[in-house]
Design a protein around this ligand. Structure first.
Ligand SMILES: Cc1cc2nc3c(=O)[nH]c(=O)nc-3n(C[C@H](O)[C@H](O)[C@H](O)COP(=O)(O)O)c2cc1C
Length: 205
């Protein structure tokens, strides 16, 4: 992967201009200022089918992701991620976990495991973590409760790892549902910008 650092953000919020989107704005603009090329993908706007559990993509052994027979936008999204040095996985907490669009995306990552029929446990094709990830989570509940009482961090970290990314930072935004147009605080914006710079850093390329 030569050239500029490429950062790809996957937005699992249903709202453009919402809290998640604003935090991603800060992360990506700081990354761009630090020289990175950035792409934001709104999962809601993409054609992403549910995994059909045909397991076609899991049958062939090898480090490369298995080919999925579903003809939707996942191939282009995953190609883009595989060309990236860093990813942002961003989702509100809905009913104690990531949003349905983020979960639908994560379930499609089964193509990164080798899991032939008859074997009980899937094996991640490669555990090489040569990308970096930042996780962004927003909730009506206080952030500390989300960290302690939901499995959202573990789920997003595992998704990042399957995408070949080591999580290098997290941004939790709690108590954000004070009104329909709530923004992000200066403190959160500063933290988001630090994370964006970290993702754009050539260290660990
Ligand atoms: C259907 C639904 C379920 C929600 N469930 C939770 C929840 O379980 N815990 C929580 O703290 N907030 C919950 N919320 C609040 C959202 O997390 C909050 O509105 C969201 O983080 C805002 O992000 P956005 O501005 O990007 O839309 C829920 C909101 C909706 C619409």
């Amino acid at each position: 992967m030569e050239g500029r650092i490429r950062v790809t953000a996957l937005v699992g919020s249903y709202r453009k201009g919402g809290v998640i989107d604003r935090a991603v704005d800060e992360i990506l603009s700081a990354a761009e200022e630090a020289g990175a090329e950035t792409t934001r993908i709104y999962l809601r706007d993409r054609h992403i089918e549910f995994c059909r559990n045909c397991r076609t993509c899991t049958q062939e052994e090898g480090a490369r992701r298995g080919a999925c027979p579903v003809g939707d936008d996942m191939t282009a999204i995953l190609d883009r991620i595989e060309r990236s040095h860093a990813v942002v996985l961003a989702s509100p907490v809905n009913f104690g976990t990531v949003t349905a669009v983020m979960k639908r995306f994560i379930e499609r990552l089964v193509c990164f495991v080798y899991w032939p029929w008859g074997t009980k446990i899937p094996k991640v094709r490669t555990r090489t973590l040569n990308r970096r990830a930042v996780l962004v989570v927003s909730s009506a509940a206080p952030a500390v409760l989300v960290r302690l009482r939901t499995g959202i961090t573990g789920l997003l970290k595992e998704a990042a790892a399957i995408l070949g990314a080591r999580t290098v930072g997290t941004l939790y935004m709690g108590m954000i549902a004070g009104g329909p147009e709530q923004g992000i605080s200066g403190r959160i914006a500063r933290k988001a910008r630090c994370l964006g710079k970290r993702l754009a850093s050539p260290k660990g390329r």
